[in-house]
Design a binder for this molecule. Structure first.
Ligand code: ATP
Ligand code: MG
Length: 409
């Protein structure tokens, strides 16, 4: 089996080989290439030590020198080149206490989590696969390299990675590996929320996001997302799985679908240390989930466009479709396109008058300015074509007068 490696990767490997060292592409990229999927990045493993790597290549960055990783820059791309390494024992279930370099590729492959992730490749030697990765790829199996209890004991995150790969690739988890996860599930508590979040995001972005149910089946959910267990106990789990399966693999959409069913989107996302922008986006979608949105007016849609921002609107449509069925938001999508095409004003930012104008017209400082602008925006949203400076100023004058009269009485 020949794998087509990017030119830059072949070049890096060739340079290391020419200098008398061993070098291979390794891990996820080999797995993905064998599955005819496009690898997201190409990692290289080599017998050369970091100082040698740095001497051989002009542009390098010390990304993880302690762990033997040097980033090699080729044009605008970067590649992680890591020295063959054996991990020391993991006392905290998170980080190896020490790493030491080795001259043996098969030792380096032995420290890797799953057989399908423990293969290496270069054009000279072809595929190096001492732990049966290719066979497990064909059988669509996630299987630990070595004894699963020992491997999960070293690094508890691997349990979640097993489920993540299962969901991303639509693979089954091999029996002993699965039993070990069930046994050691509570040890996931030792893993940081940030690392858990990365794996959950990849899990949800996969071909089989419905395999998030494995979190409950293995007992991991109780420690990282108890809301999921509660959902299944309420009997609503299947609805979530069906909606996830039918949703587009977009991060915001899938997290919105998940937290729509579990409830508590903000609490869950804060716990997982999501950034504010993603949390706000998911919250916005989950706050607009009702079926009546299919029937809102053009003005109603413009108000939601102002609230969510146009960037989030396509995700909102996808979210509604996932909840209420394919094609649910077709009419909304059409109206949205038309509003944009006709350049109709729907947000304060595009209003032909500003807060400064309103003040100049004699509006008292403070919240009244916002009230006047809201009123004008409402008019403009209702009547396309009315976003003209002079008529709006006229309208503002009346509005200010109304406000001041009201306050005086
Ligand atoms: P992705 O497609 O998400 O990048 P990947 O398999 O490349 O998947 P990475 O996290 O990029 O995953 O790690 C690269 C390789 O490093 C893995 O294929 C695996 O060989 C090894 N690896 C990563 N994390 C672990 C871990 N926690 N324990 C053991 N080996 C690991
Ligand atoms: Mg990778």
């Amino acid at each position: 089996m020949r794998i087509q490696m990017p030119d830059a990767v072949s070049m890096i490997i060739k340079k290391l080989l020419d200098a008398g060292y061993e070098a291979y592409s390794v891990g996820g990229c080999v797995r993905d290439a064998l599955l005819s999927r496009t690898p997201c990045d190409w990692d290289i493993t080599t017998s050369a030590t970091p100082d040698v790597i740095k001497r051989l290549f002009q542009r390098t960055v010390d990304t993880g020198i302690k762990h033997g990783t040097v980033t090699v820059l080729v044009r605008s791309e970067s590649f992680e080149v890591t020295t063959y390494r054996v991990d020391g024992i993991y006392l905290d279930g998170r980080h190896p206490e020490s790493v030491s370099f080795t001259r043996s590729l098969s030792e380096d492959l032995l420290r890797r989590d799953f057989t399908i992730n423990a293969m290496a490749y270069n054009y000279d030697s072809g595929l190096v696969d001492p732990y049966g990765g290719e066979k497990d790829l064909a059988a669509k199996l996630i299987r630990c390299v070595g004894d699963p209890l020992a491997r999960f004991g070293e690094d508890a995150l691997r349990m979640l990675r097993a489920i993540r790969f299962s969901a991303c690739l639509s693979f089954e988890i091999e029996g002993d590996t699965f039993s070990a996860i069930k046994e050691l599930a509570p040890s996931i508590k030792s893993v940081s929320p940030e690392r858990i979040c990365v794996e959950l995001c990849k899990l949800l972005a996969g071909d089989r996001p419905d395999l998030i149910s494995l979190l409950c089946e293995t007992g991991l959910a109780g420690f990282i997302m108890p809301e999921l267990d509660a959902l299944f106990e309420r009997g609503d789990g299947e609805k979530l799985l069906a909606s996830l399966s039918s949703s587009r693999p977009d991060r915001i959409v899938r997290w919105a679908v998940l937290t729509h069913f579990t409830g508590n989107p903000v609490k869950i996302m804060r716990r997982l240390r999501f950034d504010n922008k993603t949390t706000d986006g998911v919250f916005m979608l989950t706050s607009h989930s009702e079926p009546f949105y299919a029937d809102i007016s053009r003005s109603g849609l413009k108000r939601i466009m102002a609230k969510l921002g146009t960037g989030l609107i396509p995700s909102w449509f996808d979210f509604l479709d996932a909840l209420h069925g394919e094609g649910f938001s077709n009419d909304l999508r059409e109206t949205f396109r038309d509003i944009l095409e006709k350049n109709e004003c729907f947000s304060m930012r595009d209003l032909a008058v500003t807060g400064k104008d309103i003040l100049e017209l004699g509006c008292p400082k403070g919240s009244s300015v916002g009230e006047v602008l809201d009123f004008l925006l409402d008019e403009v949203i209702k009547t396309p074509g009315s976003n003209e400076r002079e008529p709006l100023r006229e309208l503002a004058r009346e509005c200010i007068k109304g406000l001041t009269d009201n306050r005086q009485t």
